[in-house]
Design a protein. Structure first.
Length: 314
């Protein structure tokens, strides 16, 4: 059996991918009846242009973190990948409740029924693509935590754990500025999820080196994405934190990203800033190229890859 990554165009070996933005958003349809401040990202020409420049700047793949019924469209993701030459990796899972219409069905389903839905999107196809000749499959499970474990829907966390154990697919978890990661990690350990299948997102907003060191040593991956967000003061937070983590030998537990969920970020700095600006900054810090490769692609690729027979995709 090969270890493969499920992209919207089919299985790809991790070795075929280079630079990967480990957490971003490529397409977000408006949700009728959803939150007024929910991001919308559906300017086709702008997104296509951004993807092309991303590829021309050295980018290989993008991890799209928009789940179903809050703006995801797997058919559009497939078309964009085909036209741009950029590998796109779609997700199943759930977002924060605030982005859904009132009383979203997922919140009323059992953990087992929700897990079945997640597994169907991982192994058969995204719901909105099932009528196509070749449905698009999710490549990972995206979930969202609130500021505390108690405020997060536990049945949905349990569903993600069930789907992860059954499929070996990675879980990428939105956190509220790194809050309660310790509790979320313990929840998944208690539900027999290998920490190496977990990626905790946005944790660089909690720039506490002791916390990051401890979490990295658990086996989980920490995702950093505030490089282009001035309000989080990256020069005094994420960059020094990243430097310390590299220095103490924990770079293998970090994945870098941009989390460009807004059209304004796609315009400036644009997705090409990931392979261009961040790579140049790391090189200027005298970070070895092998370490840069791990931070900017290899680490997330190894988490997204899972053992599977290629014929399972036919």
């Amino acid at each position: 059996m090969d270890k493969l990554i499920t992209t919207v165009l089919g299985p790809v070996a991790p070795s075929e991918l280079g630079v990967i933005d480990a957490h971003t958003h490529v397409w977000i349809e408006p949700v009728i009846g959803g939150a007024d401040d929910a991001p919308v990202l559906n300017d086709d020409a702008m997104i296509m242009a951004g993807l092309v420049v991303y590829r021309e700047s050295g980018g290989s793949a993008l991890v799209d973190c928009q789940p179903a019924t809050v703006g995801r469209d797997g058919n559009v993701l497939r078309r964009l990948a085909q036209a741009s030459g950029v590998h796109l990796i779609a997700c199943t899972g759930f977002h924060r409740q605030r982005y859904y219409v009132p009383a979203p069905p997922l919140w009323e389903m059992s953990a087992e029924s929700t897990a079945d839905l997640f597994m169907r999107e991982l192994t058969v196809g995204l719901t909105e693509t099932l009528d196509s000749m070749q449905p698009v499959r999710a490549g990972f499970i995206k979930i969202a935590g609130e500021a505390t474990l108690a405020a997060t829907p536990l049945h949905l966390l349990e569903a993600a754990a069930i789907a992860c154990r059954a499929t070996a697919c990675a879980i990428l978890m939105h956190t509220e500025k790194g809050a309660a990661v310790e509790a979320f990690l313990q929840f998944f350990i208690d539900h027999n999820v290998d920490p190496q299948r977990l990626v905790f997102c946005h944790v660089d907003k909690r720039a506490d080196f002791g916390f990051h060191s401890e979490m990295a040593q658990s086996g989980a991956v920490l995702e950093y994405d505030t490089f282009f967000r001035p309000k989080y003061d990256p020069e005094h937070n994420v960059w020094p934190l990243l430097d310390k983590m590299i220095t103490v030998g924990l770079a293998s537990q970090i994945a870098l990203a941009t989390d460009m969920a807004e059209a304004s970020m796609w315009r400036n700095p644009g997705p090409a800033a990931f392979p261009a600006v961040i790579h140049a900054r790391l090189a200027a810090m005298n970070v070895p190229q092998t370490t840069i490769n791990h931070l900017m692609g290899h680490n997330i690729a190894m988490r997204l890859a899972k053992p599977v027979r290629k014929e399972a995709y036919s």
